[in-house]
Design a protein around this ligand. Structure first.
Ligand SMILES: CC(=O)N[C@H]1[C@@H](OP(=O)(O)OP(=O)(O)OC[C@H]2O[C@@H](n3ccc(=O)[nH]c3=O)[C@H](O)[C@@H]2O)O[C@H](CO)[C@@H](O)[C@@H]1O
Ligand SMILES: C=C(OP(=O)(O)O)C(=O)O
Length: 437
């Protein structure tokens, strides 16, 4: 279990370059399985989850060449399908959430897809029904071995396009079904599709490979199946969740920070949601400039004067992956906020640690927390904590950087899973953080 030691209470200053988006990279990497031709991808983040997926692809027989920092080529022209039934795959495939998206492309191209129950954050139930109902709709047979927690889909005669209304707008579920449907016979219509920038990027990449997907960016996707797909080049967008994390970090530590090349048009409501907490941020070209909030930041109220609440929703709503960061930033705001995590059941329990540090938070139930901001009149106190999940981890790190004294965070693998070389990048803007184990 890795550990960070953080001396808090210092303001940071400088520029930070966001990494490529974790959740987009996971989709894009799985899409290389759809063609025997070479696919080149740029801006792949060097993070645990992505590296685990690249390892899985390698085991599966994908030829991988590193072309430079964040750039790789992939060629899936001699895959070892037996690996998917091996004990090794049962172990390695369950190491991350993103591995589930191997199933769609394998089913679409080879008529078989297998996966052990995928890992990822333990943040409540994470059902896979949408994925498998989608494959069944396309004509696949489904098997689940409860004992081994091993899922399988097979379609020896290929898939056939159809209309489907998804039960929920699942991000990885939509990506999986799209990757299966691009090679199905005939037309597939997916209504209530998720439409995060991750998915827009995936669909645009697939279209460059020869797929025929329309409705990209909306919740109604239409896919005309094609016989085969070819190679392409793709560049992963900057990670909007990392960008949001840096905005929160800047505000909470009263730091003047410029986040470079953020691809503003893909940030949706993220900037305006931070502004609801009174955080100032300025668009400068494609950068975000955050001034040092020397006098703090004040929570806005709704037009009718009612208490501010911030909740998650499928895109273009506010992403659930930034709610923990909103919550920690709210602990030093002037004013009160209700944080409502609608999607996940166990993502707010980390507030216990913030309460230990002196934050005023009432956990109303597993989904809702009321935060009574300190307006910087009382600094959080350093403590020792264990990171329970990736976004709670970064939120605790932000809290530690703003706190008085030296904090220790254990289980930082959770943070490394999604943030590239975070300690070095934070040190470059003045943070006192060391990786001590
Ligand atoms: C690898 C990856 O890309 N992970 C992301 C992906 O996970 P993932 O694709 O696993 O998440 P899903 O979109 O399937 O669902 C997330 C949760 O929200 C619930 N749900 C979903 C849609 C909906 O309309 N209503 C609803 O309640 C689901 O039941 C589930 O509990 O999307 C999540 C939701 O943005 C993000 O937190 C994860 O970071
Ligand atoms: C929940 C997340 O990741 P995963 O789906 O990979 O667990 C996240 O990125 O916040």
């Amino acid at each position: 279990m890795g550990t960070f030691q953080i001396e808090g209470g210092h303001s940071l200053r400088g520029e930070i370059n966001p990494q490529g988006a974790k959740n987009e990279a996971l989709q894009i990497l799985c899409a290389v399985l759809l063609t025997p031709e070479k696919v080149t991808i740029h801006n792949i983040p060097d993070i645990l989850d992505v590296n685990k997926l690249i390892h899985l692809l390698k085991q599966l027989g994908v030829k991988i060449e590193k072309l430079g920092k964040g750039s790789y080529s992939f060629q899936s022209d001699g895959l070892d399908l037996e690996y998917l039934k091996s004990e090794k795959f049962k172990e390695e495939g369950s190491g991350l959430r993103g591995s589930i998206m191997i199933v769609g492309p394998m089913l679409g191209r080879f008529g078989t897809g297998y996966i052990p129950r995928p890992g990822g954050d333990k943040i409540g139930r994470r059902r896979l029904d949408t994925h498998f109902e989608g494959f069944i709709n396309l004509g696949a047979d489904f098997r689940y071995n409860k004992e081994e927690r091993f899922y399988g889909v097979e379609a020896p005669n290929g898939l056939t396009g159809t209309y489907m209304l998804l039960e929920e707008a699942s991000v990885t579920g939509t990506a999986n079904i799209v990757m299966a449907a691009v090679l199905a016979k005939g037309k597939t219509t997916i209504y209530n599709a998720a439409c995060e920038p991750y998915l827009q990027q995936l669909c645009e990449m697939l279209n460059r490979m020869g797929a025929k997907i329309s409705g990209v960016g909306s919740n109604l996707l239409e896919i005309e199946g094609v016989e085969s797909l070819g190679g392409c080049t793709h560049t992963v967008l900057p990670d909007m969740i990392e960008i949001g994390s840096w905005i929160g970090l800047a505000a909470m530590t009263k730091s003047e920070i410029t986040i470079k090349n953020v691809s503003w048009e893909h940030l949706g409501v993220i900037p305006s949601t931070f502004r609801k907490l009174g955080i100032q941020l300025e668009r400068r070209g494609d950068d975000i400039y955050i001034p040092a909030h020397k006098d703090g930041y004040e929570v806005q109220s709704f037009i009718d004067g009612s208490i501010m609440s911030i909740s998650d929703a499928p895109w273009p709503g506010f992403t659930p992956d930034l709610l923990s960061i909103m919550l920690v930033v709210a602990t030093q705001a002037k004013g009160d906020v209700l944080i409502h995590q609608k999607m996940f059941e166990s993502r707010l329990f980390f507030v216990d640690k913030l309460i230990d540090m002196g934050a005023k938070i009432i956990l109303c139930d597993p989904h809702r927390a009321t935060v009574i901001g300190h307006d910087f009149k009382s600094q959080l106190k350093a403590t020792t904590m264990v990171s329970p999940d990736i976004r709670a981890g970064i939120s605790l790190l932000i809290a530690a950087l703003s706190a008085k004294g030296t904090s220790v965070i254990h289980n930082i693998e959770q943070i490394d899973r999604g943030y590239e070389n975070i300690d070095e990048r934070l040190r470059a803007i003045g943070a006192k953080i060391e990786r001590v184990a």
